[in-house]
Design a protein around this ligand. Sequence first.
Ligand SMILES: [Zn+2]
Ligand SMILES: [Zn+2]
Length: 378
Amino acid sequence: MQETLMNLRRELHRFPELSGNEKQTAGRIAKFLKPLKPDLILEKLGGHGVLAVFSSGQPGPEVLFRADTDALPISETTNVDYRSVQSGVSHKCGHDGHSAILAGLAAHISANRPQKGKYLLLFQPAEETGMGAKAVLSDPSFAGFNPDYCFALHNLPGYTRNSIIVRNGTFAAASMGMIIRLKGRTSHASEPDKGQSPAAAMARLMASLPKLSGNGPAFGYSDFALLTLIYGSLGTPAFGTSPGEAVLMATLRAYLDSDMKLLIDKALALVRKMAETAQLTFDISYAEEFPATTNHPDAVKFVTEAASKLGLPIVEAGLPFRWSEDFAHFAGRSKSTLFGIGAGKTHLPLHDPDYDFPDKIIGAGVSVWQTLYERFAF
Ligand SMILES: [Zn+2]
Ligand SMILES: [Zn+2]
């Protein structure tokens, strides 16, 4: 089985697809699942999601296990024989590996059918853009499901291979993309006074917005909040024209949803003030919204018990992770936990162009899923 799963992982790796376009990936996963004869397979769930359901037909818990399936707009520099055939697209977050691990659970359940409860294996699209989980949950085909527990894992470079990283409460930060448009009026570059350039207001915002970041009550937050400028543009590259529009984009992060709200309010107030002072109008839109991923202590306990039963090292994360995960949407509905599986202390970081999911952790990942499954199913 290990080799089959490794081959599946490498096949998914070779043919990566961006968030929202995981059509072939979904097809490959469904092809793997069908011979395992789940009681139900739903395809095209929330886009290109695939859900395999194994039901005992008896009362018991409804448990969802989730893997993500999308790749990233990053050119692969890894020189492996299963390297990406799509130029500019590659699996640099290990979602190929997460999917292979969940496929391993499907094979196990197929051979060990549950005696109680219902088991949902979700291969979720569009995690990286924060769209997939929401789309699956609001898909009418998913309306009949109401999991008591939801579990998801993510490989984590920088941690001992096969260690299990857990945390009660916030596991991954909330994040949100903010797009700020400042609107003035263009004019001839010889007569800037006849227009309304947003240049000075943009510069002031670039200097002051990042200063809204802070940690704790001294900054008005309960915990950590961070604003990072990621993009800016002003006017057009035309020497004859004084600009009339500027765009700034920032990523906002916080460990708590309440701090996220506060950070957004502070940013809004600052934009309003700068725009008014400079007699500009503005509009603000948002993108890639991820709530904080909040782990439920019961679900965390089940993962910790499974890891200790398997003799895997358990690491309690001191602080939440600064990145975000759209599994947060499941965590808001059921007793849920996202946990980490160590990819190796010196393994390259996620989203690095040379990163490649370590096949050596597939076995431990499948074992944790199996142990959790068996805890509920028998
Ligand atoms: Zn990622
Ligand atoms: Zn990821």
